[in-house]
Every structure is written in C-alpha cells, then in structure tokens.
Design a protein around this ligand. Structure first.
Ligand code: UD1
Length: 421
C-alpha cells in the first residue's frame, strides 16, 4: 500500500491557458444510460478519472464490453449477465446508485447496496425510491441491500420534494423503456441533466423538458447505438477560475467550456473585484485587484453550485472584510474548514453558515483533503500560502480533476505528486 500527496509551493501569478476536460457528473449518468441499449455506444471527451474507472468496472462486471482509447470510449451492453453490481465496488462511488434506474428500466429488477453517509453528509436516496415506487416498483431492504422490482414498470407522476440531481437522473433512466409516460415535477435543472437527456434522445429515447423543472419521459420500446460527446466540466472550469482569482496578478484563460454554465461563479467572482471576460467557449480571469469578500448561498442550478463552495471559501480566506457562506444543499459540507484554519484562515462555523474573516496571509502546513472539492479548496489555499503546503488523501482529488498537477504546472504552479510506502 502507498499514499500519495501533493507538495505545493506559493505560486507566482498563474498565466496561459487551461483546457477543461469532459464533465465527470455528466459522464457518470451517461455511462449508466448505456446499460439501456443493446447496441454499441461511442463516447468522446470522457475524462480519465478514478470515478469513471469505477463506473466502467461496475458495468464490465455486469457483462458490458468497454474499450477506452484516450478520451474516446466504446461500450456495448448487449450481453449483460447479471443485475446485481459488485457490492464492494458500488460502495466506492455514490453515483453507482444510478445503475438502479438503468437496471430497473432494462430488466425490471435490481439489487443495490443502500448508500451510507459520506464525507459531505447523509445523502439519502428516498427521492430516487419514491420515483421508482410511483412507476410501480416494489422496494425492500435486506442486509444493507435494496431490492427494487417491477413486474411491469409503467409511467408515473413524481414530485420531488427537493430538486435532487441524482433522483432526477435515476427516474429518467428508469422511465426511458417503461410503458407509458412519466412526469417528473420540481426536478433538477443542472446542465448535466440536459446532457443525459440529449444522449438518451440520440439513442432514440423521448425525454422532453430537460433543463426545466418538469421533465416528461415517453417510454419507448428499444434504443439504438449512437455517438455522443460529454459536455465540458463546469466545476473543473470554475475551480481553475477560483485558483486564478486567488493568486494575485494571475491572467488565465480557461477554454473548452460553456460560459453560461458558470454564470453564478462569474457573477460572484466579479463582486469580489476579479475581472472576467467571457467568449464563445472561454473565460479569461484577471486578478490584479485585491479580493473584497462577499456572501454566498449555495443552491440548486442555476444558483451558486455547492461543488464550488469550498473553493470560494479558500479564495475569501485572504480577502478584505468578512463574508458569509451558507450551504443549503448538503448538511455537512464544512469538514475542510478546520484544515483551512490550520493554514491561518479565520473561519467560524455556525450550523450551515460559515463566517470568513479575511486574514493578511495563509501559511503552508500539512493538511488532508476530506473530499473532492475540499481537496480543490486546499490546492487553491496552498497556491496562495507562504511556504510549502503538503496535501494528503489526494485520492479524493483524483476522483474529479483530470491531470490536475500537469494542468497546474503548465500555467506556472509549483506542484509535485509524491508517493510514500
Ligand atoms: C450531484 C453531484 C454532486 C453535487 C450534487 C448537488 C453527481 C455524480 N454528483 O450529487 O457533485 O454536489 O449533485 O449539485 O452528479 N437528497 C435527499 N434524498 C434523495 C436524494 C438527495 O434528501 O433521495 C438530498 C441530499 O442528501 C442532498 C441534496 O438532496 O442534501 C442534494 O443531493 P443531490 O442533488 O441528489 O446530489 P447528488 O445527485 O448525490
């Protein structure tokens, strides 16, 4: 066994161009959707990330054939031999629960480990199950496994008490091959849902309204193979924007993106004094001004993304004045704050709010990534901090940032990955 760490030194201004990879959170449900089709699917712009490898391992474990060639992936789910994904592998990523909707849609039943708590909160799946029940499925829980079975999966009408991204995706996946029409109200409107719906429609499915808060899925009898491209990762893009904003004097261009997806991040960063120019598929971030702290409230899309909360907190640690960050999506997403405070930040937590009082400077020390976006926040802080920062538990960062150290080095950061036995 070995551990990997990042060693990061205070950065000179970041400059040049970062090319953003394909979206992890779009690729994961799209890979689950491939299960619905018996013909070959070709995907482009698939990011090389550990979460994607886990999803592919789960699919091949069920009998899928997958072939990766750089960012291109061919996958064929003709010969699926079982409907119980490997227990230990499913526990590695929460998104594995998306296989429930796809397996239910294709085979009428599945058994999945019930997801437990995770680094950022309880994250139950009650809304996913509520959707499956409304479509006629019977659900039972035994020895930590949730069994979902429908003799005849039929369209249903579902109101989500919260616009959950995963529940919206799972219900769409179950509905694609169900008999009749499914209506999902108060659903999530994230761009990744639109990417999933576009992909399903390319295979011959009929998903309408993705990107709005009500989606209609007309069940079809079968799907055919297709070629599709994964959308750019808006959270990866936002993370590099925050890093450039944090290192004073940076002038960074972030390309291969859809700027509209980053609208809340652009607006809140502008409030802090960072200069931003947007083009067709790029954003330029110029951080010649001092950061003025502001207030943030995380919300479902198109609100400020919870997945950008930690990185914004890191930026505000050395901004002028105070700012309040309110986390409304997850109940426990401030675990990393203790690590920022160990670097000299002044952040106080009160329930779901964090009060950030800007300090003059951070100083490097040994810290640990508590989850994926917390890891990105610690890198952001390390780039600003005096001296050297050592970040442990970086397997969390590898779940969602493709080639992060190469990308950062190319824009002037001093970051090394070291391996310890
Ligand atoms: C997805 C993203 C994740 C992002 C999150 C919110 C993927 C793979 N992950 O996660 O990066 O942070 O959206 O934008 O796309 N909830 C319930 N019951 C449910 C389902 C969810 O109470 O059945 C709650 C969760 O506990 C959480 C909130 O709803 O508090 C949002 O969760 P959800 O939108 O489902 O997030 P994920 O799909 O898990």
């Amino acid at each position: 066994m070995y551990n990997e760490k990042f060693i990061i030194k205070k950065a000179a201004p970041l400059s040049g161009t970062v090319k953003v990879s394909g979206s992890k959170n779009a690729a994961l449900p799209i890979l689950a959707a491939a299960l619905l089709c018996e013909e070959e699917i070709q995907l482009e712009n698939v990011p090389n990330l550990s979460d994607i490898s886990v999803m592919l391992e789960l699919l091949t474990g069920l009998g899928a054939k997958a072939e990766r060639n750089g960012k291109n992936l061919k996958i064929c789910c003709k010969s699926i031999t079982n409907n119980v994904p490997d227990y230990e592998t499913t526990k590695k990523i929460r998104a594995s629960f998306l296989l429930a909707g796809a397996l239910l849609g294709r085979f009428g039943s599945c058994s999945m480990p019930m997801p437990g708590g995770c680094g950022i909160g309880l994250r139950p799946v009650d809304l996913h199950l509520k959707g499956f029940s409304a479509m006629g499925a019977k659900i039972s829980l035994e020895h930590g496994l949730v069994h979902i079975e429908a003799q005849n999966l039929t369209g249903g009408s579902i109101y989500l008490d919260f616009p959950s991204v995963g529940a919206t995706e799972n219900i769409i996946l179950a509905a694609v091959l169900a008999e009749g029409t499914t209506f999902i109200y108060n659903c999530a409107t994230e761009p990744e849902i639109v990417d999933l719906a576009n992909f399903i429609n390319l295979m011959g499915g009929k998903v309408e309204g993705a990107g709005t808060d009500s989606i209609t899925v007309h069940g079809v009898y079968g799907l055919h193979g297709c070629k599709s491209r994964i959308m750019p990762d808006r959270i990866e893009a936002g993370t590099y924007m925050l890093m450039a904003a944090a290192v004073k004097g940076s002038d960074l261009t972030i390309t291969n993106i859809i700027p509209q997806h980053l609208s809340p991040v652009i607006h809140k960063l502008s409030e802090t004094g960072v200069q931003i120019i947007t083009g067709d598929n790029y954003i330029k971030v110029n951080s010649k001004n001092d950061i003025r702290n502001t207030d943030i409230k995380t919300l479902p899309y198109p609100g400020f993304p919870t997945d950008m909360q930690a990185q914004f907190m890191a930026l505000m640690t050395t901004g002028s004045g105070s700012g309040i960050i309110r986390e409304t999506v997850f109940e426990n997403r401030f675990m990393y704050v203790a690590e920022l405070n160990r670097m000299g930040a002044d952040i106080k937590i009160d329930g779901r709010s964090a009060v950030v009082n800007g300090v003059h400077r951070l100083s490097g020390t040994n810290v640990k990534a508590t989850d994926l976006r917390a890891g990105a926040a610690l890198i952001t802080a390390a780039l600003m901090a005096e001296g050297t920062t050592e970040i442990g538990e970086i397997q969390h960062i590898d779940r969602g940032y493709e080639n992060i150290e190469e990308k950062l080095r190319a824009i002037g950061a001093d970051i090394q990955r070291i391996r310890e036995e």
